[in-house]
Design a protein around this ligand. Structure first.
Ligand SMILES: NC(=O)c1ccc[n+]([C@@H]2O[C@H](COP(=O)([O-])OP(=O)(O)OC[C@H]3O[C@@H](n4cnc5c(N)ncnc54)[C@H](OP(=O)(O)O)[C@@H]3O)[C@@H](O)[C@H]2O)c1
Length: 329
């Protein structure tokens, strides 16, 4: 099979194509013939040696893939060959075949296209879990989503609405991204590279601030979030696209009854895989019903994964980037 392999940490040039043997499933694993995988920002961090969940080279990058179960291990009970699944593979996903633990492979609704399914796993489960379980969004509450035009962002804006948010605001890194986010139902969008986003958010909320902030940027964006977080509000930190951590002062929290929370789907996958199923089922149903529309900005053949990562790293990409591994499935 063909696979994308990272032989050394570094820039996009370290992504190479290799011929590898098709792996054998272990007792609790399934072998999946991959239709498509997706590019996540974590793949770039992993390539640079800055992702907490990645190993050392050589490794196959990628967090999620969709395809058809080819073979199952001796102790697999919930899945059988021929089933269409979405999965979080154990050894990377940028490949024509991948292995996944049966607890991390989910049957797909029949009518769901490969493209929608490929866009869904990482960002769908993350956005849903952040809003539903970590922030525990309540009906009518206001939400601010940073990097709202990206993979997690476009999904979170829609899910916030679906889960009953009153108003949903988004930040974007360029004006060109604003119309996409407006089309997803956001009530206000601010280009946070051009000034103090928290002032705009405070204007929109008449000085009150928002109840929930989804922050995947870190650095000053995390710090400034507290300037527009309402009493009893929750700032959920789940990524560091900016490359730097922010500093939180605990005395900013207790009197206002506010909380700063953290979440990593990668950690949940590794340590509590069984907890992900309800979120997987929820987002798959929403997408199958057409209520959640996965935004696929670009598609690339698997073997052009390097170009796909360059596009994401350029900070111009919108929605999800999907890698097509097999056109004929
Ligand atoms: N904790 C978890 O479980 C989890 C799961 C999935 C994703 N994440 C995190 O969520 C974030 C979004 O992931 P994604 O895969 O959906 O990516 P994405 O949002 O589609 O793409 C990354 C976006 O980050 C923004 N960004 C901000 N500062 C940047 C910088 N210095 N360099 C490059 N991009 C920058 C850019 O959008 P703007 O310029 O418009 O802001 C860029 O388009 C990432 O931080 C990722 O690590 C966390």
């Amino acid at each position: 099979m063909k696979a994308i392999v990272i032989r050394a940490l570094g820039g996009p040039e370290v992504l190479g194509v290799e011929e590898r043997p098709i792996p054998e499933p272990g007792a609790y694993q399934v072998l999946i013939r991959v239709a498509a995988a997706s590019v996540n920002f974590a793949d770039i961090k992993a390539r640079q040696g800055r992702y907490h969940g990645a190993g050392q080279p050589p490794f196959i990058p990628g967090l999620d893939a969709v395809g058809i179960v080819e073979r199952v291990g001796s102790h697999v009970t919930a899945l059988s060959s021929g089933m269409r699944v979405a999965a979080f593979p154990s050894g990377g996903s940028y490949a024509e075949f991948v292995l996944a633990d049966e607890k991390l492979a989910y049957p797909l609704p029949d009518a769901m296209s490969w493209e929608t399914a490929a866009a869904l796993p990482t960002v769908g489960l993350t956005a849903y879990t952040l809003l539903h379980d970590v922030a525990q969004l309540r009906p009518g509450e206001t939400v601010l989503v940073h990097s709202a035009a990206g993979g997690v962002g476009t999904t979170a804006v829609q899910l916030a609405r679906i889960l009953g948010a009153g108003s949903v605001f988004g930040t974007v890194g360029s004006p060109a991204k604003a119309s996409l986010v407006a089309g997803l139902g956001a009530d206000g969008i601010v280009d946070y590279t051009q000034g103090a986003f928290y002032e705009q958010v405070n204007d929109w909320t008449e000085g009150r601030g928002v109840d929930v902030i989804l922050d995947s940027v870190g650095g000053t964006v995390s710090e400034e979030g507290l300037a527009c977080l309402a009493p009893f509000g929750r700032l959920v930190h789940f990524g560091q696209s900016s490359g730097s951590g922010g500093r939180i002062t605990v005395s900013d929290l207790h009197a206002s009854c506010r909380a700063v929370l953290g979440y990593s789907l990668g950690t949940a996958r590794r340590t509590r895989p069984e907890t992900l199923k309800p979120a997987a089922e929820a987002v798959m149903s929403l997408a199958a019903e057409g209520r959640l529309r996965m935004q696929v900005g670009r598609r690339y053949p698997l073997l052009q994964a390097r170009e796909a990562q360059i596009w994401m790293e350029s900070r111009q990409s919108t929605g999800k980037i999907v890698l097509i591994a097999n056109e004929t499935l």
